[in-house]
Ligand binder design. Structure first.
Ligand code: PLP
Length: 281
């Protein structure tokens, strides 16, 4: 596999950064992930706009204009012959003597690589995913796509140990989001519900597309908080992300949700999202 490190394309085994990199020492950096379907980037402009925003929020100047980011991504997709999967991009504040405040002359470290992954024929989408709920123990700027992911690592591990694919994180009795996804429910009245954007969650690029698709196809959607109890009593639930697209949920904390199989709204949105994803990059 070929990776990108600070302007160079290298075999992954040779791709390396300094042990003094602030991403390694402080998690002082941000990342972004775009899906690749049929060799094409999905909704990539949205991901690169969020990458620019994350950088601005932590005071790192964007090392590349948008066109250059697209060139790097496209080059990696091509060199790796990637048909379906992900492009991962990370920018840190760079390598410097260890000191908390910003170093004066550090040059941002830029790393990117691809991962092959089955998105369309993902068997989990056929059976539906199990989720568990865990307390949301993260910091208060979850709108920034920070590489400080320890809380999400622990949440995903708790899910794995319970035989579940995702953890929905809970704060003040309400679901904030999935450990690496946006959470949705469908009420028994057929209304799709997802939490409104704020500092408490990441502004999901897939979330935005799904909201637009719901509007376009006349599905009722409300942006409001929903509780763990509402999740348990929902007709359907699903989560969205660049890697999962739209993933139906069939059980919560070991309890069957709805009919215990992917629901019609989640299945429809998954199909609509694939059509959207294939139509543009
Ligand atoms: N929320 C969190 C915490 C995430 O890590 C992710 C994606 O990794 C998402 C939501 C979904 O965002 P997107 O749809 O842009 O991939």
């Amino acid at each position: 596999r070929t990776a990108y490190v600070n302007g160079q394309y290298l075999p992954l085994e040779q791709a390396a950064v300094s042990v003094m990199d602030r991403g390694f020492l402080f998690a002082d950096g941000i990342y972004e992930v775009s899906a690749v379907l049929g060799g094409r980037l999905v909704d990539n402009a949205g991901h690169l706009a969020r990458l620019a925003r994350s950088l601005a929020e932590i005071g790192i100047s964007n090392p590349h204009p948008i066109e250059e980011w697209v060139r790097i991504e496209t080059e990696l997709v091509s060199r790796n012959g990637l048909d379906e999967g992900l492009v991962y991009m990370q920018v840190t504040r760079g390598a410097a003597e260890r000191d908390f405040s910003f170093p004066k002359d550090a040059v941002p470290t830029v790393v990117a690589f691809t991962q092959a992954k089955t998105i369309r024929a993902n068997p989990l989408a056929e059976t539906g995913a199990k989720v568990v709920t865990v307390p949301d123990i993260r910091w208060q700027r979850r709108d920034i796509k920070s590489v400080a992911l320890l809380a999400q690592v622990l949440a995903k591990q708790a899910a794995a140990e319970a035989g579940a694919a995702e953890a929905f994180m809970v704060e003040d009795g309400a679901i904030t989001e999935g450990s690496s996804s946006t959470a949705f429910i469908v009420t028994r009245e057929g209304t799709i519900v997802t939490r409104p954007l704020s500092n408490a969650l990441l502004p999901g690029i897939t979330r935005r597309a799904v909201i637009a698709l719901a509007a376009e196809f006349g599905l009722t959607l409300e942006e409001r908080l929903f509780s763990v109890e509402e999740l348990h009593g929902a007709a359907e639930a699903f989560y969205t992300s660049a890697s999962a697209f739209v993933m139906p949920v069939v059980s919560v904390d070991g309890e069957t949700l709805g009919e215990g199989r992917p629901g019609p709204v989640a299945r429809r949105l998954r199909e609509l999202y694939f059509t959207f994803a294939e139509a543009r990059d």
